[in-house]
Design a protein. Structure first.
Length: 208
């Protein structure tokens, strides 16, 4: 499996009182899927190879998150039939403040990934599950997305001409300070139209 380097469960008590948006598109658990033939993910193509080698050291604070400018990625599946983009990577040491969660502990750390998927075809359907992705951090965390705060509308079937985007939230368990995170690995899976094949993508984002 090839990798690309770029610049750049749920704690029940924390989520008390959190407003959960209505899911308008159903998703199917990966474990309920028929067996598929596994294939090795192709190498994602960066927008600019020079930019891909730069660390995302420039940051901006917004909405309670520290956002890393430059921590972006794009790739594709089925010769461009399905395209993916990570528009940004953000961290926070106070998830309760960032999401205005009342009566929640103020010291929960989290990672936010803004993800976009687009079906560029005229006649094909795919399935992709970024809301079931795995995040691995340089601080030793391996976590799955928060099932309430994550935008599940970006997952599941995606028909011809459709674009979906939204944020994926990972609540960290052992990281003392999100500023200590120097790099992350984002792993997700996509399935072909007829479910005969799948590819797993590992996206490495260098932050410092």
């Amino acid at each position: 499996m090839k990798k690309v380097i770029y610049s750049a469960a749920l704690v029940a008590l924390l989520l008390a009182g959190c407003e959960n948006e209505t899911v308008t598109e159903s998703t199917k658990p990966a474990e309920d899927k028929p067996k598929v033939k596994e294939t090795v993910a192709k190498e994602a193509k960066p927008v600019d190879d020079e930019e891909a080698l730069k660390a995302a050291t420039d940051t901006v604070e917004e909405d309670g998150f520290i956002k890393y400018r430059g921590a972006e990625w794009q790739g594709d599946y089925d010769s461009g039939g399905l395209t993916f983009k990570i528009h940004g990577f953000s961290v926070t040491n106070d998830l309760a403040k960032a999401y205005n969660i009342a009566n929640a502990e103020p010291d929960h750390k989290a990672v936010q990934v803004w993800f976009e998927v687009e079906n560029t075809t005229d006649d094909k359907k795919y399935e992709v599950y970024p809301d079931q992705a795995t995040l691995v951090t340089s601080t030793g965390e391996q976590v799955k997305p928060d099932p309430i705060l994550t935008n599940h509308k970006i997952a599941g079937e995606i028909f011809e001409g459709v674009t979906k985007e939204g944020d994926i939230i990972f609540v960290l368990e052992n990281t003392e300070d999100v500023a200590d995170i120097e790099s992350v690995k984002f792993v997700f899976k996509v399935y072909s139209e007829d479910m005969a094949a799948s590819e797993e993508y590992e996206v490495d984002l260098q932050l410092k």
